[in-house]
Every structure is written in structure tokens, then in C-alpha cells.
Design a protein around this ligand. Structure first.
Ligand code: BTN
Length: 252
């Protein structure tokens, strides 16, 4: 088994920490009051967090689980775009490492061949001089028997595409993340919009999206609205979905 090693992860102006076990790398970085850009990676999380209050499951040593905490220079109303920015960065990095089919599912899933390879959880804190974001990345690396049954969905593992050291995966994804955040600070979502749309696993497909209130809306995936909402072409025109979950997809 390859072990995580802070010395093997070299990032500009970033403190890198590795722990054997913690509750959740997002939670630890949100609690930690120290300033400066910090990356925390863990071999094991005892309470890994997913979106919408779900758990993130990753057996010890079987995945990449890390969070990056960094100041963000955009207005608070734009922070919802961060999971799209992070998705583009991680997908770019994985493609660069040889994971050819790495794709994105709005708003924050990483897919390969339609199966979930990873996820992104962004948590933010606003303060007088701007905002701090903690961007958590989980990627399934080593094939873990039983995970698909537990999650009741198709799961992808990096090992099925290319065998990579986890330190190398963190180095490349975090580097791409820092670059994408610099670009986001300067240009907002426009910095990554074209790449997000090019890597959208569902572009041009007919989607059914469940909204926060339980209703569903169907339409053909038509890229991102200026604020990062998912645009659907419906029978009554273009509709932007700001928050929801894609529950089904098929060729339009
Ligand atoms: C999702 O797909 O629901 C998002 C999953 C995000 C998981 C990562 S693992 C590292 C970081 N720490 C956490 O507790 N969650 C994120």
C-alpha cells in the first residue's frame, strides 16, 4: 500500500499536512483558526462528509481524501461557483494523469463511464475582509469490495483507468486547484465555463432534476447560466436550476 507523505506533496505558498486519521478534513480545516493556504490529507476519515448531509465512505488508504483551505477574492454571491471551479481543476488534473474519460456531473461529481469516481464538497466562511473556502476532494483509488452495494450506485476507481500513487494524485489535483482558484479570483466563473461545458458528462442529454422542494424538472442539458446554475431547455423555454440533483439522464 502506498502511504501519504507531506514531503512528497509540493505546492506553492501552501502548508501541507498529512494525518493518519481525523473526523473530516473539511471539518478540521474549518475549525482551525490559523491563516494561510493549507492542505490537509488523511489516510482515513471517521466522519467524512458528503453533500446534502450524506457521509463520504473511503476505506483507510483506499482513496484520496483531502481539503484545501484558501482565501477567495470574489463576492459572496459567486461562491456557489466554487464546486464547478474545483470540478474543472480535478478533471483536468486527472485527464493529465491519464484518466481519459474523467468527466463532470453538475454540480460536483466526478464521473468515469457514468460511474462516480469522486466528489467535491465546498464549505465557505464569510468574514469582514472577504471569504475563506474549504474545498474537500474525495477520489476512489483502490477497488473496494462492497462499496457499490453500500452506496447502491455504480462507482469508479482510479485503478480501473491507471495505477497512480496517491501522493501524485494529490500533488496534481491540488496544483490544478490552486491555478483554477487564481483564475477564478481574476475572472470569476468565466475562467472555467468553457472547460466545464466541454467536460460535462450530460451535455445535450435529457435530464430529470430533483429540486430542493421535491419537485422535478426535465429538459435538455444546455450548459451553465452566468451564475453557475444548470441550464435546461424545457418545453416552456430555457430554465436555470440553481440547486438540485440530477436523478436520471438519457440521450435526447
Ligand atoms: C459528495 O460527493 O457528496 C462530496 C464528497 C466530498 C468528500 C471529501 S473527502 C475530503 C473532504 N472531507 C470531507 O469530509 N469531505 C470531503
Amino acid at each position: 500500500m502506498d502511504s501519504l507523505d507531506a514531503g512528497a506533496i509540493d505546492l506553492p505558498e501552501t502548508q501541507v499536512r498529512v494525518v493518519g486519521r481525523c473526523s473530516s478534513t473539511n471539518e478540521v480545516l474549518l475549525r482551525d483558526a490559523s491563516a494561510g493556504t493549507t492542505l490537509l490529507a488523511a489516510e482515513e476519515q471517521t466522519a467524512g462528509r458528503g453533500r446534502r448531509g450524506r457521509r463520504w465512505h473511503s476505506a483507510p488508504g483506499a482513496g484520496v481524501t483531502f481539503s484545501l483551505r484558501r482565501r477567495v477574492q470574489r463576492p459572496v454571491r459567486e461562491l456557489a461557483c466554487l464546486s464547478l471551479v474545483a470540478g474543472v481543476a480535478v478533471a483536468r488534473a486527472l485527464r493529465g494523469l491519464g484518466v481519459r474519460g474523467a468527466a463532470l456531473k453538475w454540480p460536483n461529481d466526478l464521473l468515469v463511464g457514468g460511474a462516480k469516481l469522486g466528489g467535491i464538497l465546498v464549505e465557505t466562511r464569510s468574514h469582514a475582509r472577504g471569504a475563506t473556502a474549504v474545498i474537500g476532494i474525495g477520489i476512489n483509488c483502490r477497488r473496494t469490495p462492497g462499496l457499490e452495494g453500500k452506496l447502491r450506485r455504480r462507482v469508479a476507481f482510479l485503478d480501473d483507468s491507471v495505477r497512480l500513487e496517491r501522493n501524485q494524485v494529490i500533488q496534481h489535483t491540488a496544483r490544478a486547484l490552486l491555478d483554477a482558484l487564481d483564475a477564478f479570483d481574476a475572472k470569476g466563473l468565466d475562467a472555467v465555463r468553457a472547460d466545464w461545458e466541454a467536460m460535462d458528462a450530460h451535455a445535450g442529454q435529457r435530464l430529470r432534476v430533483r429540486l430542493a422542494d421535491g419537485r422535478t424538472v426535465s429538459g435538455v442539458a444546455s450548459g451553465l447560466a452566468p451564475d453557475g446554475a444548470l441550464q435546461l431547455r424545457t418545453r416552456s423555454g430555457l430554465r436555470a436550476v440553481a440547486s438540485g440533483r440530477v436523478v436520471s439522464s438519457r440521450t435526447a
